[in-house]
Design a protein around this ligand. Structure first.
Ligand SMILES: *Cc1c(COP(=O)(O)O)cnc(C)c1O
Length: 371
C-alpha cells in the first residue's frame, strides 16, 4: 500500500544529516529540532501555533482537553472514520454522537450534523477523510450558529486546502478552533516512529495545551490542570523537518497517481472513482478509494491479492456497529451512506513513489476483473 523505502532512499542524505544533528547534540527530548520543525510547520500551514505531541490520537485527546468540555457534553463526529476519533471522545467521558457521511466526499454529512444538534451539543469533530478536506465553510457556519467548538481531525489530510465561497483557501487543520494531526509513518507527512501535533490560531488555547502536554505544568513543578505526558521526540522531529519541504511535491505525486487511476476507471459501469479537482488541492489522497457498485468488492479484492496487488478496506465496520460504541439511540436508518460505503469501498496502493508501470498493472488488473 505504501513504499516508504524508495521514498527514504531519495532523501536519505537530508534525513540522515538531520538525525545526525540530534545524535551529535544528544538533545533527544525537546531539543532545538522540535522547535525548528514546529516553526516551519506553522509557516507552512499559516497557523499561529503548532504544538507537537506523541501521536495523532493524543493530539485529538489533548485538543479536546484544552476546551471547556464537561462529562456528558455531546460531540458530533462521523460514523465512517478510524476509531481514534470516537475513542478519545468516549475516554474523556464526553458523549459521542455518530452521524452519517456524504456519499460523494465520504466526509461528515452537513444535513446529518444539523439533525444531530441538541441543547447538549458542544462540539463537532470533522475528519478530513482519505486526504479530502471536509466542507469546513458549512461546518463553521453551523458551529457559529449554535456556539459549538470545531476540532478538525486532520490525521489524513495535511497539506490539503479548504476552499471558501469568497475564493479564499486555507489549509485543512487551520479553520476550526483547534485541530490534530498524526505523523504515523504511512500518513502524508510521516516520521519514522510515532508523532503528532495540535494546531490552533487561539493564543490562550495554545498556552493551555502547551501545559497539558507537559503534565499540566506552566511553571516548573506547579501543576495547574490535569495533563498528560505527550512529546514528539527530537529524532522524529528531525525526520519531519527534513521531509516537510517535500510535502507539496509528495501531495502532487499522490494527485498525479490518482488522476491516472481515475482516468482508467472513467465512466465504468461498476466503479465510482474519486473526483479530482484540478485547481484547489482539496484532496491530497492519503488513500485512493473506489466504490464498487455491483456487490463484488470482496471478489475484486481477492482477485487483486491473487495478482500480488495490495489493497485494503478502510473501513469495514461502521463505528456505530462497533461493540465499544454501540448506543441504543442509533438506528440503522440513520446511517444509510456509511452502511453502503463499508460494503463498497476498496483502497488501492497510494503513495509518493508509484510509477506508470505499477499504475497500469493495477488498473488493468482491476478492469480485467469486470470483463
Ligand atoms: C491515523 C489516524 C489517527 C491517529 O493517529 P495515530 O498517530 O496513529 O495515533 C486519528 N484519526 C485518524 C482519522 C487517523 O487516520
Amino acid at each position: 500500500m505504501v513504499d516508504l523505502k524508495s521514498q527514504y532512499e531519495k532523501i536519505k542524505a537530508t534525513v540522515d544529516a538531520s538525525i545526525q544533528e540530534v545524535l551529535d547534540t544528544t538533545t533527544y527530548i525537546n531539543g532545538p529540532k522540535v522547535h525548528e520543525f514546529q516553526k516551519n510547520l506553522e509557516q507552512y500551514l499559516d497557523v499561529k501555533h503548532v504544538i507537537p505531541c506523541a501521536n495523532g490520537t493524543d493530539a485529538l485527546q489533548i485538543a479536546m482537553m484544552g476546551l471547556d468540555l464537561k462529562p456528558g457534553d455531546e460531540v458530533i463526529t462521523a460514523d465512517f472514520t478510524f476509531a481514534a476519533t470516537v475513542e478519545v471522545i468516549a475516554l474523556l467521558q464526553l458523549t459521542p454522537v455518530l452521524v452519517d457521511v456524504d456519499l460523494v466526499n465520504m466526509n461528515i454529512s452537513i444535513d446529518a450534523i444539523k439533525k444531530a444538534i441538541t441543547p447538549k451539543t458542544k462540539a463537532i469533530v470533522p475528519v478530513h477523510l482519505f486526504g479530502r478536506a471536509a466542507n469546513m465553510e458549512a461546518i463553521m457556519r453551523i458551529a457559529n450558529e449554535h456556539n459549538l467548538y470545531v476540532i478538525e481531525d486532520n490525521a489524513q489530510a495535511i497539506g490539503a486546502n479548504c476552499k471558501f465561497s469568497d475564493g479564499t483557501k486555507k489549509k485543512a487543520g487551520t479553520i476550526g478552533h483547534v485541530a490534530s494531526t498524526s505523523f504515523f509513518p504511512s500518513k502524508n507527512l510521516g516520521c519514522y516512529g510515532d508523532g503528532g501535533a495540535i494546531f490552533t490560531n487561539d493564543d490562550a488555547l495554545a498556552h493551555k495545551i502547551r501545559g497539558i502536554v507537559n503534565h499540566g505544568m506552566y511553571v516548573r513543578y506547579h501543576h495547574d490542570v490535569v495533563g498528560v505526558n505527550s512529546r514528539l521526540d527530537s529524532i522524529q522531529a528531525a525526520v519531519l523537518d527534513a521531509k516537510l519541504p517535500f510535502l507539496d511535491q509528495y501531495s502532487q505525486a499522490r494527485q498525479d497517481a490518482a488522476r491516472k487511476y481515475s482516468k482508467a476507471f472513467e465512466s465504468h459501469a461498476n466503479i465510482v472513482a474519486p473526483t479530482i479537482c484540478d485547481i484547489c488541492d482539496c484532496h491530497v489522497f492519503h488513500q485512493y478509494t473506489l466504490r464498487i457498485t455491483n456487490g463484488k468488492r470482496d471478489q475484486l479484492m481477492e482477485h487483486l491479492q491473487s495478482k500480488g496487488i495490495p489493497c485494503a478496506i478502510y473501513y469495514p465496520i461502521p463505528l456505530h456497529s462497533q461493540k465499544a460504541y454501540i448506543d441504543s439511540r442509533y438506528k440503522e436508518e440513520d446511517f444509510p451512506v456509511t452502511n453502503q460505503l463499508v460494503k463498497e469501498v476498496i483502497s488501492l496502493p497510494m503513495h509518493t513513489e508509484l510509477d506508470d508501470e505499477q499504475i497500469e498493472f493495477i488498473t488493468n488488473s482491476v478492469l480485467e476483473f469486470f470483463k
